[in-house]
Design a protein around this ligand. Structure first.
Ligand SMILES: *Cc1c(COP(=O)(O)O)cnc(C)c1O
Length: 409
C-alpha cells in the first residue's frame, strides 16, 4: 500500500464542512475525543441513522459498522424488539427519580448471568460504574491505593487518567500502574504496600487492541487479592455479555469481588452498573457510608432497552454464531493480507477483534480505503472492533473484498 492523498470520502466529508461547523459549537467538534478521527486523519463521519449492521451518514452513504457504538450494539442498530420496547416505555414517562419494578428485573437478569454479583447498582455510564466500584472498595477496605494495568481503559474518572492534565498529583499517587499480564509485579506491590484497596483489571483488554489474559493471570490476581485483603474488580464494561453471556468471569471461571458493566447492558442506551459481594456493596449509602448517586440512574428508558437486549441474548444464545462470524471475517482478512504480502495481525476473542500492521502507519490508509468501500471500522488501531447478530454473511464477504482492495493498494 502506498501513501496517497485524500480518499474520495475524505474529500466529500471535508466539502460538506460538518466537522468544521461542529467545532464552532462543540469543543473539538466531538463529545468524546476518540470520535474525532484524530487517530486516522480526516473528518469524522456524521451519522444520520443506523439499522441492523449498517450506519448511514449525512451524505446518505451506507457503511457496514464494526464499531457498533464501541461494542454496545451486540444486536445491531435499531433492533425491532428494542425499538418496540422503547416506544412503549416512552409512553409511560422517561424518568421518575424513584424506584421502578424494571430496575429490579434488570438487576436480577444481571445477577443470574454473573453470579458473583450479589447486589448491583445501576449507573448512567461505565465511567460512573468504575468510580462507584473503586469507592466501594476503598470504603470497605479502609485503604487508598489501586493497582491498574498500564494500557487498560477504565473510563474518564480522575484516578485512571495518569497522563491527563487537570488531575492533581495527589490523586495520581494513589493509582499504581503495572504492565498487563504481569502478576509478579502486582504481587511485588501487594507484598510491600499494605495500602492497596483494589486491583482493577479488564479481564480481556479491549482498549489497547485486543489483549488476552495469559493462562493463569486472572486466577493469580484472585490469589493475590485473597492473600492481602484486596478487592478484585473486573472491569467488564466491554466483555460483559460480549465474550459470553456470563462475561469474561464466566468464560475464564474466575470469581471476582466486584464487577463493572456498561455498553451492552443498556441495549444501546446510556447505562452502567457495578456490583458484587454483598458485604462490600452494603457499605454503599443508604445502608452504609460510601456515597454514590445519580438523578437518572436506573432510568426507565435505558433499563427497558437493557432488559430487552439481555433477554434476547439469553433466549437466543448467539455467542457461538457470533464467534464463528468473527472468525470467518478475520481469517478472510488475514488470507488476503498474506496473498498481498502485507504484515497484518489480528487478535480476537468471541466477537471482539483488532487489526494492526507491523508498519503502524498503514492502519490509517487501510481504514480510509475501507471507508471508501463502505466499511466502518473503529477509528483507531488501538480500539476493538465488534461483530453483531445483525451482520450477514454478505456483509462479511463484502468486508473481506474491501480489505483485499485496500491491501492491494
Ligand atoms: C467504555 C469503557 C469504560 C467507560 O464506559 P463509558 O460508558 O464510556 O463511561 C470503562 N471501562 C471499559 C473497559 C470500557 O471499555
Amino acid at each position: 500500500m502506498a501513501q496517497k492523498s485524500l480518499t474520495k470520502y475524505e474529500v466529500l466529508s471535508t466539502k460538506y464542512g460538518l466537522f468544521s461547523d461542529a467545532k464552532k459549537y462543540i469543543a473539538g467538534g466531538v463529545n468524546s475525543p476518540i470520535r474525532s478521527f484524530k487517530a486516522v486523519g480526516g473528518d469524522p463521519l456524521f451519522i444520520k441513522r443506523g439499522r441492523g449492521s449498517k450506519i448511514y451518514d449525512e451524505s446518505g452513504r451506507e457503511f457496514i459498522d464494526y464499531c457498533l457504538s464501541w461494542g454496545a450494539l451486540i444486536l445491531g442498530h435499531s433492533h425491532p424488539d428494542v425499538v418496540e420496547a422503547l416506544k412503549e416505555a416512552l409512553g409511560r414517562g422517561t424518568s421518575f427519580g424513584a424506584p421502578t419494578l424494571q430496575e429490579t428485573e434488570l438487576a436480577k437478569l444481571i445477577q443470574e448471568a454473573l453470579p458473583s454479583i450479589d447486589s448491583a447498582r445501576l449507573t448512567n455510564s461505565g465511567t460512573e460504574a468504575v468510580m462507584g466500584a473503586v469507592r466501594a472498595a476503598r470504603g470497605f477496605t479502609k485503604k487508598n491505593k489501586i493497582i491498574r494495568f498500564a494500557d487498560s481503559y477504565h473510563g474518564s474518572a480522575d484516578c485512571f487518567l495518569g497522563t491527563s492534565a487537570g488531575v492533581p498529583e495527589d490523586f495520581k499517587k494513589h493509582t499504581l500502574s503495572v504492565p498487563y499480564n504481569d502478576s509478579a509485579a502486582v504481587s511485588g506491590i501487594a507484598k510491600k504496600d499494605r495500602d492497596v484497596a483494589a486491583i482493577i483489571v479488564e479481564p480481556v483488554e479491549g482498549n489497547a487492541g485486543v489483549v488476552l489474559p495469559k493462562e493463569g493471570f486472572l486466577k493469580k490476581l484472585r490469589e493475590i487479592s485473597d492473600k492481602y485483603g484486596i478487592v478484585l474488580i473486573f472491569d467488564e464494561v466491554i466483555t460483559g455479555f460480549r465474550v459470553s453471556y456470563g462475561g469474561a468471569q464466566g468464560l475464564f471461571g474466575v470469581k471476582t469481588d466486584l464487577t463493572c458493566l456498561g455498553k451492552i447492558i443498556g441495549g444501546g442506551l446510556p447505562m452502567g452498573a457495578f456490583g458484587g459481594r454483598r458485604d462490600i456493596m452494603k457499605h454503599l449509602a443508604p445502608e452504609g457510608s460510601v456515597y454514590q448517586a445519580g438523578t437518572f440512574s436506573g432510568n426507565p428508558i435505558s433499563v427497558r432497552a437493557g432488559i430487552t437486549a439481555l433477554k434476547i441474548l439469553k433466549e437466543t444464545d448467539p455467542y457461538k454464531t457470533l464467534e464463528e462470524k468473527t472468525k470467518t471475517l478475520c481469517d478472510g482478512i488475514i488470507k488476503v493480507a498474506r496473498r498481498r504480502d502485507v504484515d497484518l495481525r489480528i487478535n480476537r476473542i468471541a466477537s471482539l477483534f483488532d487489526i494492526s500492521f507491523k508498519d503502524t502507519g498503514l492502519f490509517k490508509i487501510f481504514f480510509h480505503s475501507l471507508l471508501g468501500s463502505g466499511v466502518y471500522l473503529s477509528p483507531s488501531p488501538l480500539e476493538s472492533n465488534f461483530m453483531s447478530t445483525a451482520h450477514t454473511d454478505e456483509d462479511i464477504a463484502k468486508t473481506i473484498k474491501a480489505a483485499e482492495k485496500a491491501l492491494g493498494r
